[in-house]
Design a protein around this ligand. Structure first.
Ligand code: RIB
Length: 306
């Protein structure tokens, strides 16, 4: 096994809108798509499509969506042993994408709220053999802290994507992760610092490094990624692309970064490939529907994966 993702899954209900309705107003939107999503599941699917062996620890409801989500994991080569059925609703995410391809997302966590430290223990034999644990914040924070502790106790590096941003996250409890990967908004919320300029971003990232976190990767959308670590810093630019839908691009970056890091141990190279993979994903509509399989991505970016 390569990567353990301990996190969320959602059903994405994506409306392509011309504008948001005013209060009390009904407006028509030109298009709608439903698909599998959730930050944890998205990151797991990307790593699996690129060829990593992925353990997914997550909870689905006992509704119609659950079977579809479980089938989706299986079809992407992810074992469903640790996808636990839970009474009640699966996680659901109504998403609105405007004509500029900007998105607004509401999440209803449903079964994801029940993912617990006991679920990590139940999956421990499968997680223990992984080379990286990947976490996000769409499940209870206590579960995130337990997963970080698990990684520390078993000497497995942990990557934390602090998304969606949570003001309740206790930084002291996440200082043992090897990678923290916030976007600018999340970085600002985590540190309580502004991120209006590159200097602001560097200062805020420095606070996370100061906690003892080894690598801070600030994802900056179309601009690229700022990487701060113990020996220095680097800004890795993203490729210019014609964006159609940026939903899930951050997850595309993380899933690809995790895959590359586990394969190569080479952080700047992993960032470079993940930038290209995320850029590739925004040229197509949807969340997981926009994620390329290994061969398609390799064909569009010769020489990058190997
Ligand atoms: O990061 C994108 C994801 O955020 C969507 O798939 C949605 O489900 C929410 O979790």
């Amino acid at each position: 096994m390569d990567i353990a993702v301990i996190g969320s899954n959602m059903v994405d209900l994506i409306s392509y809108i011309t504008r948001m309705p005013e209060e009390g107003e009904t407006i028509e939107a030109p298009d709608f798509r439903m698909g599998c999503g959730g930050k944890g599941a998205n990151q797991a699917i990307v790593s699996a499509r690129l060829g990593s062996e992925v353990v997914m620890v997550t909870r689905v409801g006992d509704d119609l969506f659950a079977e579809n989500t479980i089938r989706n994991f299986a079809e992407n080569g992810i074992a469903t042993t640790d996808v636990i059925k839970t009474p009640g609703s699966s996680g659901v995410a109504p998403i609105f994408v405007d004509p500029k391809s900007h998105n607004s997302i509401i999440i209803i966590k449903g079964a994801n709220n029940q993912l617990s430290a006991a679920d990590i223990e139940r999956a421990s034999e499968r997680i223990k053999v992984c080379k990286l644990i990947v976490l996000q914040l769409e499940v209870p924070l206590e579960t995130v802290y337990a997963a970080i502790e698990f990684g520390k106790n078993h000497n497995i590096p942990v990557l934390l994507n602090p998304a969606p941003a949570s003001p309740e996250l206790v930084l002291e409890k996440v200082k043992n992760v090897k990678f923290i990967v916030p976007n600018e908004t999340e970085l600002s919320l985590l540190t309580g610092m502004p991120v209006d300029s590159m200097d602001d971003i560097k200062n805020a990232a420095q606070v996370l490094l100061g906690l003892g976190i080894e690598n801070v990767l600030v994802t900056m959308g179309a601009r690229g990624v700022y990487w701060l670590h113990g020996e220095g810093e680097q800004f890795l630019e993203a490729n210019e692309v014609d964006a159609k839908d940026t939903t899930g691009a951050g997850d595309a970056f993380i899933g690809c970064f995790a895959h590359m890091y586990v394969r190569t141990g080479d952080i700047p190279r992993s960032i470079e490939v993940a930038n290209a993979y995320a850029g590739d994903s925004v040229t197509r509509l949807g969340t997981q529907t926009s994620y390329a399989w290994k061969d398609d991505f390799a064909a569009r970016h010769p020489g990058l994966l190997h």
